[in-house]
Design a protein around this ligand. Structure first.
Ligand code: MG
Length: 397
């Protein structure tokens, strides 16, 4: 059997770097066909030299120009750019698995292209399922594309479900670390600094998802993802605060059995499960020692501290373009927050106002069709844009 050919969308990000770390340990099993990044030319160039892909994409045109000028590998790697480049890398007939690890709505079209082409798609890009889950899952069913959940919680559930029929499942429980402020009393939330918000206690991730983890919007988006990936109604998806991030998620079966997937918090484990699927790869990583961990704590989620989780559950109940709109608004608000535009508490407050506005528009009979229904990637992006514009109006004030 030849090596599995990979396209890695988002190769310079946290998921991409960890994917290359795993793939690079098994040069006989994996061949990197294409790497795609936004504008981190320095790292992309290094990755091109190390992994020797046939194709590299810099989404940013100006970054692609700089990369071409550097002529890595004497031109042996074709340098593409823009959305066209991403779509080509994702749908390329030579590729077997596409790792969808880009951050944000920009990942939607390339991921759809991979699904459309019937690839195995390792989904780490949340927006794929949050913005257009119904569409993506339906298209995957039509093309025979297999969606492998790379997000640690969904990967955990995927592992727990192996071998059981859908009818055996009662409900699933996603665990949430609670981020850096799980022990901070609500009255002290006004003092939170950007530096504190970026300091996640358990996971090393990019800045946007780290903030989403602190607000728990991340878990809300994950509930929406789980809804589509596992075909479960919202009431059969629960969330528990679990501060140690050792139990990555749990499944309760109809006979009362609960199966959990445990491990040290290291993304390379779920990544390797997706890359190697259906086989497990032997990884030289530190092993979990439960005696060292000592205890595993579980708590209910405080709606006051983690309002963003409940906004996402609201959006899931509303359906249609509501999750896309909320996600778009969240991206704008978090980007502005990372630029120091306002204090931490304003994130949930602004998103609350966006959701109130969305409900009012939906009730008014003047809602754009994309807010009520998502039939195409364009609808999903239009709903996302609606949310972004609503957020931008609040940020500007
Ligand atoms: Mg996660």
């Amino acid at each position: 059997m030849g090596a599995k050919t990979l396209t890695i969308l988002g190769s310079t990000g946290s998921i991409g770097r960890n994917t290359l770390d795993v793939a690079g340990r098994f040069p006989d099993r994996f061949q990197v066909h294409a790497l795609a990044a936004n504008n981190n030319v320095g790292l992309l160039r290094e990755q091109i030299e190390t992994y020797r892909p046939a194709v590299a994409v810099a989404y940013d045109e100006e970054a692609a120009e700089r990369l071409r000028a550097e002529n890595p590998r004497g031109g042996a790697t074709a340098i593409l750019s823009g959305m066209e480049g991403l779509l080509e890398a994702a749908g390329d007939a030579r590729v077997e698995q596409v790792v969808s690890g880009m951050v944000g709505a920009v990942g939607l079209r390339p991921t759809y292209a991979a699904i459309d082409a019937g690839k195995q798609v390792a989904v780490a890009n949340k927006e794929t399922l949050v913005l257009a889950g119904e569409l993506m899952v339906r298209r995957a069913g039509e093309t025979g594309s297999m969606l492998l959940p790379m997000d640690s919680e969904h990967n955990a559930i995927f592992q727990c479900l192996a071998g059981d029929s859908a009818g055996a499942l009662d409900h699933i429980v996603l665990t949430a670390s609670g981020g850096p402020f799980r022990d901070l009393p609500l009255e002290r939330f006004p003092e939170i600094t950007l530096e504190q918000a970026l300091d996640h206690p358990n996971w090393k991730m990019g800045p946007k998802i780290t903030i989403d983890s602190a607000t728990m919007m991340n878990k809300g988006l994950e509930v929406i993802e789980a809804h589509w990936l596992f075909g479960l109604p919202p009431e059969r998806i629960r969330v528990l605060l679990h501060r140690q991030s050792i139990v990555h998620s749990l499944v309760t079966f109809v006979d009362g059995s609960v199966i959990a997937q445990l491990g040290l918090p290291d993304m390379r484990t779920p990544i390797s499960y997706c890359l190697g699927y259906p086989e497990r790869l032997s990884l030289e990583l530190p092993r979990l020692n439960l005696a060292e961990v000592g205890r595993l704590d579980f708590e209910e989620i405080s709606p006051k501290k983690y309002g963003c989780l409940f906004l996402a559950l609201d959006a899931l109940e509303l359906g249609g373009g509501a999750p896309a709109a909320l996600n778009g608004a969240n991206e704008e608000v978090v980007a502005a927050y990372l630029n120091g535009a306002f204090p931490f508490l304003n994130i949930s407050e602004m998103l609350h106002r966006v959701m109130a506005g969305l409900k009012a528009v939906l009730a008014s009979n003047e809602a754009p069709p994309c807010l009520a229904r998502i039939d195409t990637v364009d609808d999903a992006l239009a709903a996302d844009r609606w949310g972004r514009e609503a957020a931008q109006r609040l940020i500007a004030n």
